[in-house]
Design a protein around this ligand. Structure first.
Ligand code: UDP
Length: 476
């Protein structure tokens, strides 16, 4: 067992159908395939439809990636496009569990029957039932945690009551994590008693209830960035930092065209090519956050008065959210013509890698944070909820690559145009901008080293695949 000439291990990846979940799991899939595995990436047909039309991918046919293969498979979630259950995360999650369990179980049976048995199943959060299905079939499972190790540590400590967290009785207490204290408004805010989205906290904690069923937790981070937290968690679970996944060279070289975007990107690169080096502020709030219109107005006026060049992703609200599309102030396009560009979706990795980009005004989703850290781009932090508020704290106070601009939506504050202007200028010109850039370049270098052949993340990926093969060997 374990020789190079053997047939590849088959690994089943099951993703929650959201952009911020699909991107890191698909990136992991490409890395595992590049190293010789046969990876089957599964999510819902509704997501698959968008992915196919935006990215020119096909399902049920294996595409070579590096030394292995990647194949997509999509399953019906059993709901009409306009079913009201789609707007309720709790109803949708229950439905997904119902149909997803059957589908994943059947897939595992089909593979066993056709002599290509699944050796490992990996899921991302919001699908805590996947490891139960794997266990029923006697197959090892792993969790692809899609937030930071620090945030994992917070949830782990909360779930096991290892440290005190804010409660109804004491909502404003600090939380002592290894090597750092988080204020009540710096913890992942789904864990706070005042969270407007308590169900999300519950859903994430369901995964922690089932954690002992997964033999490993993979994280899109790297040792050099989050060593204290990885060491802390490793006392309790096998955590493997394998990021930045999007930067893995072998996977990128052979599968850069395999992407999971739901929306076709607008052309931004040609426009960026026309701008001076380090002059453009890139603005994006990820795939879900929809700012209040009043806040969009203040950002727009801040951009106008700062006169900085910008590329702004202002996407329409998600259909199920029932929100109105944003409008920009009268005359905004005329006044910023030539200096600014507004798009609905960008090829973000390429944008952040572009030499014209000076900084990133971001909602601090972990994927966006990891992309910017890896590409050496300083950030203006504008979190909305959940782990974003904790990521903002780390980007500013721990990693030294950010300036705090916005607050969690739970704080109900609007950042005014003067503050926006001040921070835009601070992050683009002058000594603070230079300090942030130097720190960002340090993390970029460390990230590149982690994913290089023999680097910390590359070794963790190899060891993870070796673990799967060892478990396979024991079965026979
Ligand atoms: N993204 C993109 N183009 C955009 C905006 C976002 O490709 O215009 C990608 C981004 O690169 C990241 C993902 O969408 O990989 C968003 O994930 P993140 O965790 O940052 O935020 P979420 O959307 O989950 O809130």
């Amino acid at each position: 067992m374990g020789s190079e000439s053997e047939s590849p291990v088959h690994i089943l990846l099951v993703s929650y159908p959201a952009q911020g979940h699909i991107n890191p799991l698909l990136r992991l899939g490409k890395c595992l395939a590049a190293k010789g595995s046969f990876v089957i990436f599964v999510t819902t047909e509704k997501a698959g439809k968008d992915m196919r039309s935006a990215n020119n991918i096909t399902d049920k046919s294996a595409t070579p990636v590096g030394d292995g293969f990647l194949m997509f498979e999509f399953f019906e979630d059993g709901l009409a496009d306009d079913d009201p259950a789609r707007a309720s995360l709790s109803d949708y999650s229950a439905q997904l569990e119902l149909v997803g369990k059957q589908h994943v179980s059947q897939m595992i049976k089909n593979h066993a029957g056709s002599n290509t048995p699944i050796s490992c199943v990996i899921n991302n959060p919001f699908l805590p039932w996947v490891c139960d299905v794997a266990a029923e079939h006697g197959i090892p499972s792993a969790l692809m945690w899609i937030q930071s190790s620090a945030v994992f540590t917070a949830y782990y400590n909360y779930f096991h009551k290892l440290v005190r967290f804010p409660s109804d009785a004491e909502p404003y207490i600090d939380v002592q994590l290894p090597s750092l204290v988080l204020k009540y408004n710096e913890i992942p805010d789904f864990l706070h008693p005042f969270s407007p989205y308590p169900f999300l906290g519950t859903l994430i904690l369901e995964q922690f209830k089932n954690l002992s069923k997964a033999f490993c937790v993979l994280v899109d981070t790297y040792e050099e960035l989050e060593r204290d937290f990885i060491d802390h968690v490793s006392k309790f679970v096998l955590m493997r930092p394998v990021g930045p996944l999007f930067k893995n060279q072998k996977a990128t070289a052979t599968s850069n065209n395999i992407r999971g975007d739901f929306v076709k990107s607008d052309d931004c690169i040609e426009w960026l090519n026309s701008r001076s080096p380090a002059s453009v502020v890139y603005i994006s709030f990820g795939s879900i956050v929809h700012l209040p219109q009043e806040q969009v107005d203040e950002i727009a006026y801040g951009l106008l008065s700062s006169k900085v060049s910008f590329l702004w992703v202002l996407k329409p609200p998600l259909k199920d959210m029932g929100r109105a599309p944003h409008v920009l102030p009268d005359g905004f396009f005329e006044e910023t013509s030539g200096k600014g560009k507004v798009v609905q979706w960008s090829p973000q990795e390429e944008v952040l890698a572009h030499p014209s980009v000076a900084c990133f005004l971001t909602h601090c989703g972990w994927n966006s944070s990891m992309e910017a850290l890896t590409l050496g781009v300083p950030m203006l932090t504008f979190p909305a909820w959940g782990d974003q508020v904790t990521n903002a704290k780390f980007l500013v106070d721990v990693f030294g690559v950010g300036i705090r601009l916005g607050y969690s939506q739970a704080e109900n504050k609007v950042v005014n145009r003067d503050e926006v202007k001040k921070c835009l200028l601070e992050a683009t010109v002058g000594p603070k901008a230079e300090e942030l850039k130097q720190n960002a370049l340090k993390w970029k270098k460390a990230a590149e080293a982690a994913v290089a052949v023999g680097g910390s993340s590359d070794r963790h990926l190899d060891e993870f695949i070796a673990d799967i093969k060892k478990r396979d060997a024991v079965k026979f």
